[in-house]
Design a protein around this ligand. Sequence first.
Ligand code: ADP
Length: 174
Amino acid sequence: MSERIEIIAGDITRQNVDAIVNAANCSLLGGGGVDGAIHRAAGPELLAECRSLNGCETGKAKITRGYRLPAKFVIHTPGPVWHGGSRGEEALLASCYRSCLELASANGCRTIDFPSISTGVYHFPLEKASRIAVGVIAGYLAEHPEIERARMVCFDGRTEEHYKKALAELEVRL
Ligand code: ADP
């Protein structure tokens, strides 16, 4: 199933897919980084829908429409803040990816794009995060043929290199 996973460089707000994932915070009311970029590109209707959702717990996910984005849906997931690894951060990050994929399936999405959740201002180590992400995505896709393609959309070269390496390592093990 790993040929259905792709790592690309780019801006997630420009992707024409069924769903893009937002690395949100628990308020779901917008923030910096990719969250700010998604809200700016989607327009104020996105914030209005997010206000009606009453926030979201870390590791869970909620779905909205995409409004002015090319993507049909936005799946919002608050990633864990890295505190050194002793507060369940790895399991919570895995839960983010799994929850988003489950919502994508439940809403008929066949293509989904992820940003690198938690590795910006939340400081999750990139090497660990990339292994968790590709591991969860590959496991899910193996069981769920309805998802045709999942991509990691990387905003900088260092992030792209880590996810490419994690995917290559996974392919060796499969
Ligand atoms: P978090 O709070 O979950 O750490 P950030 O938004 O700070 O979220 O960072 C997550 C990742 O998203 C980082 O790798 C950052 O470079 C990246 N990013 C920022 N803007 C975009 C964008 N427009 N498209 C894709 N990735 C982005």
